[in-house]
Design a protein around this ligand. Structure first.
Ligand code: MRU
Length: 372
């Protein structure tokens, strides 16, 4: 992707030891590249959401484990593997819902385990982490290709397709391209007219802050709506289809995504609007039978009680926006049941009306190794 005419990825590594990322906590007000010089700093960046979004978290987690392998003491094989497995557990405890995180750490660790020497294990870990990140960008791009035909040329009277989206599942949430927004970008490149309704996505505002910034950067017409207005616009026939990302998809197609997604899916079902989930196969957790078993991260109540942003003089401020002394709850994700999903757009094609049997057959055809 290009920002100010320069090519960027959301997260990348240089020489294994340095991990770099667009600092998403400062967007849309400041564009800054954050450097994490060791695995603990990368874990901290995942936790504080400097890097966020399923695929970007996965890539950062893979890079963090590669950093840990490079840091690990070489004096004995035992100390080396203890250091690496402790780091793996630490990384996996940072954001519990994002399946891509576990996909990345397991892949990097398993690849390194096959090495014959610790020196080789280090090199293998760095290589595998890079492969995970590269595949994330490639699968996102392919999702755009498979999702683009769902954006018909003439949905509304004015020939504009109006897509609703929740949270940020654009390129900021992945290494590049994104998932839910990739079909929008592909449609635009084909000359289709698209308008995006962006849910603000409280409490952290990934829609209002990140998706809106990204769409503006890509010159895609859009409007930010309060989360509470999604059902209203759906009921008025102003949204033609909904496209969201996913943080983990169970074996039966139930999909966890940013809190507030479920209510959007219910509104779509009530008004006959197709609701699509876009995610790479790396987001599927085939060991998890259904959505009830997906762990849902609960974050600090401060994210609900306080908001931050620049004041009228441009000085960043954090302000209380709730009754002083009241407590808050802050579940970060909800689970949309498969029965509400019109299709899951993956890098290998769309799984229409997903269910356990269709997903199993899909994996058997496209990635049988994942069923072993
Ligand atoms: O808590 P976040 O911002 O890391 O949330 C994850 C997400 O980005 C969304 O749920 C998104 O829609 C899933 S796809 C990246």
């Amino acid at each position: 992707v290009k920002v100010g005419g320069k090519r960027y990825k959301t997260v990348w590594a240089r020489g294994g030891r340095g991990v770099f990322m667009i600092n998403q906590n400062l967007l849309p007000f400041e564009f800054e590249i954050k450097k994490c010089g060791n695995h603990s700093q990368t874990v901290a960046a995942i936790k504080d959401m400097s890097v966020r979004g399923a695929g970007a978290i996965g890539a950062a987690a893979g890079f963090a484990l590669a950093q840990a392998f490079l840091e690990a003491p070489q004096k004995s094989g035992k100390a080396f593997w203890e250091y690496a497995s402790r780091a793996k557990r630490e990384i996996e405890a940072s954001r519990p819902t994002a399946q891509n995180l576990f996909y990345a750490t397991r892949r990097v660790y398993a690849a390194a385990k096959k090495a014959k020497t610790v020196v080789e294990a280090k090199k293998t870990a760095v290589r595998e982490a890079q492969a995970v990140a590269d595949e994330d960008a490639a699968t996102s791009r392919a999702i755009g290709v498979h999702g683009e035909p769902l954006i018909k040329n003439k949905r509304s009277k004015r020939g504009v397709t109006r897509v609703g989206t929740h949270c940020n599942a654009g390129w900021l949430a992945f290494v590049d391209w994104g998932t839910a927004l990739a079909p929008v970008y592909a449609a635009r490149r084909k000359g289709k007219r698209v308008f995006v309704f962006v849910d603000e996505t409280g409490p952290r505002g990934q829609g209002a802050r990140l998706t809106a910034w990204e769409l503006r950067n890509e010159r895609v017409p859009h409007v930010i709506i309060p989360d509470a207005a999604g059902a209203f616009f759906t009921s008025k026939g102003e949204i033609d289809l909904m496209m969201v990302g996913a943080d983990r998809i169970a074996a039966n197609g139930d999909a966890a995504n940013k809190i507030g997604t479920l209510q959007r899916a219910i509104a779509c079902a009530a008004y006959g609007v197709p609701f699509y989930v876009a995610a790479p196969t790396a987001t599927f957790d085939l060991r998890c039978p259904n959505g009830e078993r997906i762990p849902v991260e609960e974050r600090s109540e401060d994210e609900v009680l306080f908001r931050s942003g620049p004041d009228e003089k441009g000085v960043m401020r954090r302000v209380l926006v709730a009754n002083p002394g009241s407590k808050a709850r802050n579940p970060s994700f909800d689970v949309t049941p498969a029965k509400l999903i019109a299709g899951i757009i993956t890098e290998h094609g769309v799984i229409k009306r997903p269910n356990a049997a269709k997903i199993k057959a899909f994996f058997a055809k496209h990635c049988p190794e994942r069923l072993r």
